[in-house]
Design a protein around this ligand. Structure first.
Ligand SMILES: *Cc1c(COP(=O)(O)O)cnc(C)c1O
Length: 338
C-alpha cells in the first residue's frame, strides 16, 4: 500500500488528534564517531507535546477517539505509581477536557516524584489500592466501572497499558512519517530499532512497515519478556489488527521484523550496567536524555548489534519513546552513578 492508502484506511477510525506534526528526526553525528557503524538517527517521538511526551500518545489518539465516539464521560487508566501510561493518559485527558481516574496498584508514595508528581499536578482523581497483582487491580477497575455506571456515567477503560489492537493502530503513523522524512531529509535509513514491552508499539510499527511494502527492517529490543514470548504477542496483536482493519498484510510480519531478546537484563525496570552507560553516553554526546526502562536498553541493543556487525545497516534509526519521568523514580538507576 502507499502512504495515502494507509492514511485512508486510518481515516475511517475515530481519532482525537493530540500531535498534529511529525516528530523530529535527528542525526547523531557525535554518537556516530563513537560507534563507527554508519549513519545513526533518532526519531524524537518523546517530543510530541503532551505532558512529559512520548510513548502512548499515538495509541491514546485512537483510544480516546473511540471513547468520545461512544460518548464516554470518564476515562479510567491503571498502572503502578510510576506508570508512563497513567501520566500521559492524565495529561491527554486534561488537554481534551475529559475526566480521568487513575488506579494504581501501589501504595501512595511518601514523597511525590517522577510520574506520581506529574499526576498530582494534573489533579486527576487517583486511587492507590496497595501493591496488589495486576489481576486484582483489574478486578478493582471492573467494580469501579460498575459503580460509575450505576451513577449514570459512561466510563471507558484503557486496557493493558494501551498495548491493545485498537491502540496499536496509532503507531501506523510512525513508519508513514519516517518514509516521508527519509525522502525529504535525504536520510539513508534502512533499519529501525524500537523497544518492546507489552508489544503495542512494536506491533503497530511492524504492521505499518509490512503494509507499506517493507521500507525498513524493524529490530525489536525486548525490555520485559523473552524474545520468543514477545514475538508471540506481536503476532497475535498484528492478527487482531488485520481483523480490526479488515485487510490482510501482503507479507508475514516475520519478514520485516527481528526480535532481539538479549538486552533486557533481569527484566522490566531493572537496568543493566550497559543500559545505564547509554543514558550518560547520550546525555554527554547528544544532549538527549533516555530513561532506564525502555529507551536505554533499546539504544544499547542498537549500538551492540551494529558494532558487532550482527546487523549490517546503511543507516540506523532508534525510536525515542519517551518515559522521561522514570529517570526520577526512586532508585531505578543502578548504583553506577553514585
Ligand atoms: C509503554 C512504553 C513503551 C512501549 O511499550 P509497549 O507496551 O511495548 O507498547 C515504550 N517506551 C516507553 C517509555 C513506554 O512507557
Amino acid at each position: 500500500m502507499t502512504i495515502q492508502e494507509v492514511q485512508t484506511l486510518l481515516d475511517r477510525l475515530p481519532r482525537q488528534i493530540l500531535c498534529s506534526r511529525d516528530t523530529p528526526l535527528t542525526r547523531m553525528e557525535r554518537l556516530e564517531q563513537q560507534i563507527k557503524a554508519g549513519s545513526l538517527y533518532i526519531k524524537r517521538d518523546d517530543l510530541n507535546g503532551v505532558g512529559p511526551g512520548g510513548n502512548k500518545v499515538r495509541p491514546l489518539e485512537y483510544l480516546l477517539g473511540e471513547a468520545r465516539a461512544r460518548s464516554s464521560d470518564v476515562i479510567i487508566a491503571s498502572g503502578q505509581d510510576n506508570s508512563n501510561l497513567c501520566s500521559i493518559a492524565a495529561s491527554a485527558c486534561c488537554r481534551l477536557g475529559m475526566r480521568c481516574i487513575l488506579v494504581h496498584n501501589s501504595k501512595k508514595p511518601d514523597q511525590l516524584s517522577g510520574n506520581a508528581l506529574l499526576n498530582a499536578l494534573s489533579q486527576v482523581e487517583e486511587h492507590y489500592i496497595g501493591s496488589v497483582s495486576e489481576k486484582e487491580r483489574n478486578e478493582y477497575v471492573d467494580l469501579l466501572k460498575i459503580k460509575l455506571k450505576q451513577d449514570g456515567k459512561t466510563p471507558y477503560v484503557i486496557e493493558n497499558g494501551a498495548s491493545t489492537v485498537h491502540g496499536a493502530v496509532g503507531y501506523l503513523h510512525l513508519p508513514m512519517e519516517l518514509m516521508r522524512q527519509r525522502e525529504d531529509e535525504s536520510a539513508p535509513i534502512t533499519d529501525l530499532f524500537v523497544p518492546g514491552g507489552n508489544g503495542g508499539l512494536a506491533a503497530g510499527i511492524v504492521f505499518g512497515t509490512a503494509l507499506l511494502n517493507h521500507p525498513f527492517n524493524v529490530h525489536v529490543i525486548t525490555v520485559e519478556h523473552t524474545g520468543e514470548k514477545l514475538e508471540q504477542i506481536i503476532d497475535s496483536l498484528t492478527k487482531g489488527m488485520e481483523q480490526y482493519l479488515g485487510i490482510s498484510l501482503p507479507v508475514p510480519v516475520q519478514s520485516v521484523m527481528t526480535v532481539h531478546g538479549g538486552y533486557r537484563g533481569e527484566g522490566w525496570g531493572i537496568s543493566t550496567k550497559e543500559s545505564d552507560h547509554m543514558i550518560s553516553l547520550l546525555a554527554r554526546e547528544e544532549g538527549i536524555f533516555l530513561e532506564p526502562v525502555y529507551t536505554s536498553k533499546t539504544l544499547w541493543g542498537m549500538c551492540d548489534l551494529l558494532h558487532r556487525g550482527e546487523v549490517k545497516s546503511r543507516g540506523a534509526c532508534m525510536i525515542h519513546s519517551g518515559g522521561f519521568a522514570s529517570l526520577f523514580y526512586r532508585n531505578l538507576i543502578s548504583e553506577s552513578f553514585h
